[in-house]
Write a protein that binds this ligand. Structure first.
Ligand SMILES: [Zn+2]
Length: 211
C-alpha cells in the first residue's frame, strides 16, 4: 500500500480489522450461504470470504438462527469445529456452481448435485411423542451433530430453490464486479442491492458524458 495521509490510513486500518459483512441477506438460506463470498469496494474491490474461520461460521449461523429449526440452532450455538467449517465451505462451493448453472440454464454438475444431496439427508427429522403428551409432538433428528443438521437445512433450501419452480427467478447480479445471487422477487429487480444499482447508474452516466 502507498503512503496515505494519517486519517485515511487510520480509517483503512479500522476497516481491515473487521471483516465486512455480506451486503445482501434475507435470500433463501442456500443463496445467503453462496453470498458469503463477495466483492467489497466495487469494481476494483477485493474478494472477501465471510466464512474463513470457525468463528465466522458461528456468526453466520447466529445471524440466520431464525431460518433454522430452533432446537439444533440452539445446540449449535457452541463453537463450530474446523471440520464443520470445511463442510459448509464445500456445500457453498457446490451451491455456487449450481446457482451459476441455473442462471446460465445449463445442466447441473453431477458432483455438485451429489454434494448437496448428501448434505440434504442430514436434515432428516420426524415427530415423536415426547415424555409428556401435553408438550405436543417432539421433533427428532437422525443426525446427532447440530451443526450438520443446520448444514442439511441449507442444502434442503438449495434443492427446493434450484430444483423447484423458484429456479426461474434466480438471478446473478448484473453489476460489474458483483458476484452475488438473489431471487428476483419483483419484475424490475435487476441488482442484488440498491448499492449495485447506484454504481451501475453512476458508471452509465460517466460513459454518456464522455461520449
Ligand atoms: Zn450486486
Amino acid at each position: 500500500m502507498g503512503r496515505q495521509p494519517g486519517s485515511a490510513r487510520r480509517a483503512a486500518e479500522t476497516e481491515s480489522t473487521k471483516t465486512p459483512r455480506p451486503p445482501l441477506a434475507g435470500e433463501p438460506l442456500a443463496l445467503d450461504l453462496v453470498n458469503t463470498t463477495f466483492i467489497h469496494g466495487g469494481l476494483r474491490g477485493s474478494l472477501v470470504d465471510a466464512l474463513a474461520t470457525p468463528a465466522d461460521l458461528d456468526l453466520w449461523l447466529a445471524e440466520h438462527a431464525e431460518a433454522f429449526p430452533r432446537e439444533p440452532a440452539r445446540r449449535a450455538s457452541a463453537p463450530a469445529a474446523a471440520s464443520r467449517l470445511e463442510e459448509f465451505r464445500r456445500l457453498r462451493e457446490a451451491l455456487r456452481e449450481l446457482s451459476r448453472a441455473c442462471v446460465a440454464e445449463e445442466p447441473y454438475d453431477e458432483q455438485a448435485v451429489a454434494v448437496v444431496n448428501r448434505a440434504a439427508r442430514l436434515a432428516v427429522s420426524w415427530p415423536e411423542f415426547g415424555e409428556r403428551t401435553e408438550d405436543g409432538p417432539v421433533v427428532r433428528w437422525a443426525e446427532p451433530d447440530p451443526h450438520r443438521v443446520l448444514l442439511g437445512t441449507v442444502a434442503v433450501s438449495g434443492v427446493e430453490l434450484l430444483a423447484g419452480p423458484g429456479r426461474h427467478d434466480v438471478r446473478a447480479c448484473a453489476a460489474p464486479g458483483c458476484i452475488l445471487y438473489f431471487v428476483r422477487t419483483h419484475r424490475r429487480r435487476e441488482w442484488c442491492t440498491p448499492g449495485c444499482g447506484n454504481r451501475v447508474r453512476v458508471a452509465r452516466h460517466h460513459r454518456q458524458r464522455r461520449s
